[in-house]
Design a protein around this ligand. Structure first.
Ligand SMILES: C[S@@+](CC[C@H](N)C(=O)[O-])C[C@H]1O[C@@H](n2cnc3c(N)ncnc32)[C@H](O)[C@@H]1O
Length: 270
C-alpha cells in the first residue's frame, strides 16, 4: 500500500475547516439529491468515506433515523468529534485498511476522496467489500482536465492556466490522477455494477462565487506544493487568488463526475 500522505495533511486546523465548509456549501445539495435518488431512507446502514467536516455524514444520520446507522471513516477525523448524532459512528482509519464488517452496508459514499488515494482502485475495492449485494455505491470525484479560464484579464487567465498545470503535475508526482473522476464509468462497468447513472457537472462560475472562493482557498493552502512543481510561481498564486475573487473572471475550475450504481447480487462480478 502506498503511504503518500493526504495532500491537505498538515494544513492549519482553521484554514482546513474553512475550506471544507466552503466545499460543503458548494456541493452538498447535489450530493443529497444523488443519495436520495437511491431510495435512501429510514433504517439504512450507510458508510461515509473521507467524511471531512461531516455535513453529509450528519445529514445521512438524520435521514436514516434511529433504526439506521452511519459509519464515517476518515484517516484524520479531527472535525467529526463535534457532531452530535446518536446513530453516527466514527472510525479513524485509512479506508484501504479500515476494519469494517464485509457486506454490511446498504450504501457507501465518497466525495473528493479517491482522487487523493495513490491507489484509488484499492480504496474502491475496500468500499465495495463493505456493501451488501445489491447495495448502492455513490462516488463523486473531480476531473481537473477540463479546467479552463473563459474570461478575465490576460495575465490573470495566464496565471490560472499555470496553476492548473501545476495541479496536474502535483498529482502526477504523487502517483495520482488529476482526472480521476473520468475513470469512474469504466471502474463501475468493469465490476458489473447495475443501474448505473453517470453525470458530469462542469460548472462555469464567476470569481467571488462560492465555488471560485473554495478553489482560491485550496490554492493558497497548497501554494508551496504548486510552486515546487516549477510550473507556477508565487506571483501566479497571488494572481489566481485575484482571478478567483473577481466577478468578471469566469472559469470552469474542474468537473465533478458522479457515478451511482448497485453492487451485483451474489455470483456477479465485482
Ligand atoms: C477533500 S476532503 C473531502 C471531504 C468530504 N468528503 C467532502 O466532500 O466534504 C478528503 C477527505 O478524505 C480523507 N481521506 C483522504 N484519504 C483517505 C483515505 N485513504 N482513507 C480515509 N479517508 C481519507 C481526508 O482526511 C479528508 O477528510
Amino acid at each position: 500500500m502506498s503511504e503518500t500522505p493526504y495532500v491537505f495533511e498538515g494544513s492549519r486546523h482553521d484554514a482546513e475547516l474553512e475550506r471544507l465548509r466552503a466545499l460543503e456549501g458548494v456541493f452538498d445539495s447535489a450530493t443529497r439529491k444523488r443519495l436520495l435518488a437511491t431510495g435512501l431512507g429510514l433504517g439504512w446502514r450507510c458508510l461515509e468515506v473521507g467524511a471531512g467536516a461531516g455535513s453529509i455524514a450528519k445529514w445521512m444520520g438524520d435521514t436514516v433515523g434511529e433504526t439506521g446507522h452511519v459509519l464515517a471513516v476518515d484517516m484524520n477525523p479531527r472535525f467529526l468529534s463535534a457532531i452530535e448524532s446518536a446513530n453516527l459512528g466514527v472510525q479513524e482509519a485509512d479506508i484501504r485498511t479500515a476494519r469494517i464488517e464485509p457486506e454490511s452496508f446498504d450504501l457507501a459514499h465518497a466525495r473528493f476522496v479517491l482522487i487523493h488515494v495513490p491507489d484509488g482502485t484499492e480504496a474502491l475495492a475496500a468500499m465495495i467489500r463493505c456493501l451488501k449485494p445489491g447495495g448502492w455505491l455513490v462516488l463523486e470525484e473531480p476531473d481537473f482536465s477540463c479546467s479552463r479560464a473563459l474570461a478575465g484579464r490576460p495575465e490573470l487567465c495566464c496565471a490560472f492556466r499555470n496553476v492548473h498545470q501545476a495541479i496536474e503535475a502535483m498529482f502526477r508526482q504523487r502517483g495520482m490522477d488529476y482526472a480521476f473522476g473520468a475513470r469512474l464509468p469504466a471502474l463501475l462497468q468493469d465490476r458489473a455494477f447495475e443501474a448505473m447513472l453517470i453525470e458530469n457537472d462542469a460548472a462555469i462560475v464567476p470569481g467571488d462565487s462560492p465555488h471560485a472562493k473554495m478553489m482560491g482557498l485550496s490554492t493558497y493552502q497548497l501554494r508551496d506544493k504548486y510552486v515546487a512543481t516549477g510550473l507556477a510561481t508565487e506571483e501566479d498564486i497571488e494572481r489566481y487568488g485575484t482571478f478567483a475573487a473577481d466577478p468578471t473572471c469566469w472559469a470552469t475550475y474542474h468537473a465533478t463526475i458522479s457515478a451511482v450504481g448497485r453492487k451485483p447480487m451474489k455470483g456477479g462480478r465485482v
